[in-house]
Design a protein around this ligand. Sequence first.
Ligand code: FES
Length: 106
Amino acid sequence: MAGSSWTATVDEAKVREGSPVAVYPKGVGVLLVRLDGEIHAIRNKCAHMACPLEGGSLEGSILTCPCHDWRFDVRSGEFLDAPELRIPVYATRVEDGKVLVDLTEA
Ligand code: FES
């Protein structure tokens, strides 16, 4: 697909419901989150002061940054208190048991 940058990451089976997994396709920090069976990918870097989000807590689709509790929706990357602030999210797909991430930002 023109303009896309699909990159393989981990085995699909490693991404379990409610347990975000940090991956580094092409050196980019990305967090994979499975919600209702679907895998979402969000940049693993907070929009506030760039803390990694992987140590944050997840409730449904809401991920809370471990540093200062900013909350983001992992489906859209939106900061809940000001949706105009967003973290990049990426398209995902599964191929041959691996999770692929399209590093072209959505
Ligand atoms: S760095 Fe995430 S809330 Fe401050």
